[in-house]
Design a protein around this ligand. Structure first.
Ligand SMILES: [Zn+2]
Length: 257
């Protein structure tokens, strides 16, 4: 079995943390089943790939996936397409994104880059996709201000789920239940009227764990309230209460699968 892992190139989310780069806002790298996938390439992804130890070569990226069109998730998507294809000279790599990222007035891919990748695939709710031997399914549509889907990878019999921005709702169960590894964008520390309709908070995680029974949970995409509350301490506390391993991701952290 070859090595399979996730690398968090950035763990910052929300406006202030990203603006001040208190945590990097680069994407999540997944290496599995012979594929190299960049998920949600926020601002600084290309830089953090180059600075990563060992470096992640853009030529080796086989797919880029965006979960939704917000800037902290897609800022570097155009430069990744350009770099991945050597400025369009080599038609390679695949791009997956919800329709909203690809069409309409908020489309985020420059039109001159659209012929560069091998193909551009529109993500739809609860649909299965393949990147070579790497299979994934999209989640139920999230409760967020953009068209947002999570990603559920099937990796050698393991369910590895990315649960990006959403407000909490029971419907998350049908997509994410029994994940072996559950990565959750934990933007808020506590419930916040308004914001909690579209973002999860640390206070939601205990309910989320009861609802989904994950094998382990990794928090990332932290807003300011989370950073101030020391995510690594919160993780330890939640591990104790829930009985499952809870990890607070940090910039550059590798999680072996
Ligand atoms: Zn968002």
């Amino acid at each position: 079995m070859s090595e399979m892992y996730i690398k968090f190139l950035g763990t910052g989310g929300a406006r202030y943390v990203v603006a001040k780069q208190l945590r990097y806002s680069a994407g999540i790298f997944l290496h599995a089943c012979g594929q190299n996938v960049m998920i949600d390439p926020g601002p600084g992804t290309l830089v953090r790939m180059a600075k990563s130890k060992p470096r992640i070569d853009i030529e080796n990226i086989t797919a880029v996936i965006a979960t939704h069109s917000h800037i902290d998730h897609i800022n570097d998507i155009n430069i990744l397409i350009d770099a991945m294809t050597e400025g369009g000279d080599k038609k390679r790599g695949r791009l997956f994104a919800p329709r909203e990222c690809l069409e309409g007035e908020d489309a985020v891919i420059f039109s001159y880059l659209r012929n560069f990748p091998e193909d551009i695939v529109t993500l739809e709710e609860k649909t299965s996709y393949e990147i070579g031997d790497l299979k994934f399914t999209t989640s139920i549509r999230h409760r967020h201000t953009a068209e947002t889907y999570g990603l559920i990878f099937s990796i050698e019999g393991k369910k590895v789920s990315f649960l990006p921005d959403t407000g909490f709702f029971d419907g998350l169960r049908e997509s994410y239940a029994q994940s072996d590894v559950l990565i959750v964008n934990t933007v808020l520390r506590s419930f916040k009227p308004g914001a909690s309709e579209r973002h999860l908070s640390f206070d939601d995680l205990e309910t989320l764990i009861e609802l989904l029974s994950p094998g382990k949970l990794a928090m990332t995409h932290f807003g300011m309230g989370m950073l101030k509350a020391r995510p690594w301490e919160l993780a330890q506390e939640l591990s104790g209460r829930s009985g499952i391993e809870v990890i607070a991701a940090s910039d550059g952290m590798r999680l072996d699968l």
